[in-house]
Design a protein around this ligand. Sequence first.
Ligand SMILES: [Zn+2]
Length: 172
Amino acid sequence: MSKAPLPIKIDPRRSADQGLSYEGSLPLKRLDRLVSYLVDAEGDIDVSLTFGIDEEKIRYLSGIAEVSVRMLCQRCLEPVAMTLRAELNLGIVKNDEAAEILPKRYDPLIVVDNALDVNQAIEDELILTLPLIPTHEDCEVKTEFMDPNAKPEDDSKENPFGILAQLKGYKH
Ligand SMILES: [Zn+2]
């Protein structure tokens, strides 16, 4: 099967009818919402998409989007490298009603007109894979290099009380 490079817009129904596949990379910095969760916007997302029609005549989009990113570890506040991997298994539907009767093996992909915003679809799927609380598996490996006097967590906890005390003092 020949693979076309990744376009910005895809007609998902026509692509499904023709059984088209796309493969390519997408610069991370184009996905602002995803980048807002990350330490930086360096890197490319490897994307592989396949459109088709299943035995129940449902048009689907399946594929994989994978990217190496860095998030902020919520324990030690140092960057932690991780790989985000989204496996797309989407049924292409016109509206919410059609989405509700979609078999459970698919997540609905609602496409109103005939143009699927590929970047946005991939961004949505990758955001779903983000860990709620990113952490190193073992922070101590990182933290032993840190200045033991630098404790940003403690500082941020003390600050509100410090400000409160100042305000109270100011009133008198
Ligand atoms: Zn850590």
